[in-house]
Design a protein around this ligand. Sequence first.
Ligand code: HEM
Length: 417
Amino acid sequence: MSEGEKSDGISRRGLLVGGGLAGLGVAVGFASAPRDSAPGAVTAADTSTVPFYGLHQAGIATTVQDFLTFAAFDLNETASSTDLRDVLNSWSSAAALMTRGESLGFPTNNYDIPVDSGEAWGRPASALTVTIGYGASLYRDHPQLGLSAPALLKDLPAFTGDDIDATISNGDIAVQVCANDPQVAFHAVHTLARLGSGIVALRYTQLGFGRTSSVNAQQESARNLLGFKDGTNNLRSNAESEFKHHVWVGRDASAPYMVAGTYLIARKIRTRLESWSNAPLSLQEETIGRFKVTGAPLSGTNENDTPDLGALDGSGNQIIPSSAHIRLAAPGSNGGAKILRRGYGFSEGLDATTGEISCGLYFICFTSKPESFIKIQENLALNDALNNYTQHVSSTVIACPGGLSRGFGWGDQLFGR
Ligand code: HEM
């Protein structure tokens, strides 16, 4: 093993990226010490770790953590494929360490710029995951990279009622970072931004809290900001054949690294929370198609009862109304389309026009075919009673490659080695 090479095959040279930390005169020789052994460590909250390496990227079928930091980056116009490869390799090396709850390094003298910015020192891994994906603009706007886009990767079409702000949409590269400690998630994005400085620049970030989904049978449904149980009828990772069909990309001749990958779609959906909260219970329940307290479909009594979309009341009216969210989003209403939802609530100060809390759902889903999301959203955009309370203000789609094996970086994966 050559000097500076770590046991997981990460070389110091590979971490000396463009204008990033190297530009600050810092060699990113990760010290690989547990962060919670740092002086002044806070009480260990969640020491669980999610493996970074594997067939699929972590953060998709992973038990949903409590907090999100989503971030999109744009590549500098003059960046070469070598520049991007180095940044991506440094990112995956750093992500592997951080997800193990390790620091990039503790300061050893007063003169160097600290390699690790330090805000996660003393905090355990907290089930951190870092999931990466590439936007259509990376391929379209940077021909010097010589990359061809995955065949299904296209920016989403405009949907009825959209009010999309391009500055908080899409991006050349994006990461979904999730953890059970918001500061651990923040630190991971901050670290990637520092490592990429000079080659990539942050385009936007989005903080999220309050998971609105569960992805396996063990995890109970949580409540969204509307007060309803969310994620009840989500895809479950235990149903492997459903995941194989609806979430994981099987084969993609245009981009071999997409095998076992997926597409992430994010939509920032603002919610008029006061109008919603002041609506009568029956109207709220008819809008969703489920009972608020139990989460059961209006046609049933328990949360996990299958919604009976054909059920009629004594007067012959549909029990789950024609404009109910769960009727319109159901696979049966969308040619069988199913998606894996993994979104978070957000709240960011006040709405300047109404004086109310500015909040909503940062909707995230994973799908093997973006067309599945498009089909469902076209239906919802036209007919969903929930539209009376919501507004879609951002739209992002990225192609998330399959997982990495140890000793292989995201740059190697994208450009081939
Ligand atoms: C602020 C916006 C939204 C809110 C508050 C919301 C809330 C909910 C709730 C409470 C449920 C019922 C529980 C469950 O099965 O998870 C649900 C179901 C669902 N939602 Fe949403 N949702 C929103 C936007 C969307 C969007 C944009 C999509 C996709 C385009 C979507 C797709 C689905 C699907 C597929 C289901 C399951 C339907 C079924 O029973 O088969 N939702 N949502």
